[in-house]
Design a protein around this ligand. Sequence first.
Ligand code: DP6
Length: 336
Amino acid sequence: MNQSFTWRCPSNIALVKYWGKKNGQIPCNASVSMTLQNAFSEVSLELAEKKTSGIELQYFFDNEENRSFGQRVLDFVERNATHFPVVNQHALIFHSTNSFPHSTGIASSASAFGAIALSLLTASGENNPDFFRRASFLSRLGSGSACRSMYGGYALWGAVPEHPASNDAYAIPVANVHENFSSILDAILIVDRSPKKVSSSRGHAMMAGHPYATTRFDQANRHCDRMLQVLATGDWEEFIRIIEQEALALHAMMMTSGEAYLLMKPGTIHAIEKIRNFRKDTGISVCFTLDAGPNVHVLYPSADEVRVHAFLTKELGDSIEGIIYDKTGKGPEQIL
Ligand code: DP6
């Protein structure tokens, strides 16, 4: 029987956004994310007998071959073959699934490339103490945000002068987290399931020559330093201020880029206004962030779960296509 290596890797939600990159998947600014628990990809890498001298790779998603993603994975494997000796010794057959529904617009490249890098490393016999740092470094080369999925809790990717261990090549875990943030909840409001009109890759590219690029990169770097202090001190008020400003700044970059495009939908604005009003009326620390899409991540303390769920169902249930409940996650897991 062929040997196989399986990893489950979670997705993550950026609190401070990565938007804009240089050659070699180097981010234009630092970012901070929270690892999720329920939204994950599971990838099984099966090692089969090689028939040719080149790299042989097949990629199946939900048991169906996905040639376009397979090509992206092949490019990644070819570029990084020196890190994964296994790719020259065996044919690679990947089988992948996501825990979240396919058509939700939830980014799967972070969790997928995370799990791919982890399975390739394990199949290559790596198990040194730096394992997750190596996986972070390598998954970044597949998808930037993947590098932040390698740790439980929160991760920092990108060089921030105030934090000497931080760097552009891989993410590091955020060590100092106040109990207020050690386990918080994230309800993902599915506002619109249709595929995005502008991909994240195009969006990153449009930051080159963007009129506000320098100001934006400075803002994000300052926010990362500030966010690390906030996570350490448990300051919900400042957490809310930063993440909402980050979400809107990300979308402001899209609206003011060369193509001047808009990924928010009326339902996105409606949800944002409802969330802000609910916070004002109740004093509950509930806030929102956005990915590069119309869906809204609602973040709130576990202690307020019942009230926030009642609010989401009653006030927003009719205007959205669904809710996925998630929370701060524990990081990747090998399935033996
Ligand atoms: C808006 O990591 O998907 O989610 O490096 O091209 O794969 P690539 O981009 P990707 O970009 C994520 C953008 C974002 C913000 C973030 O996760 O920080």
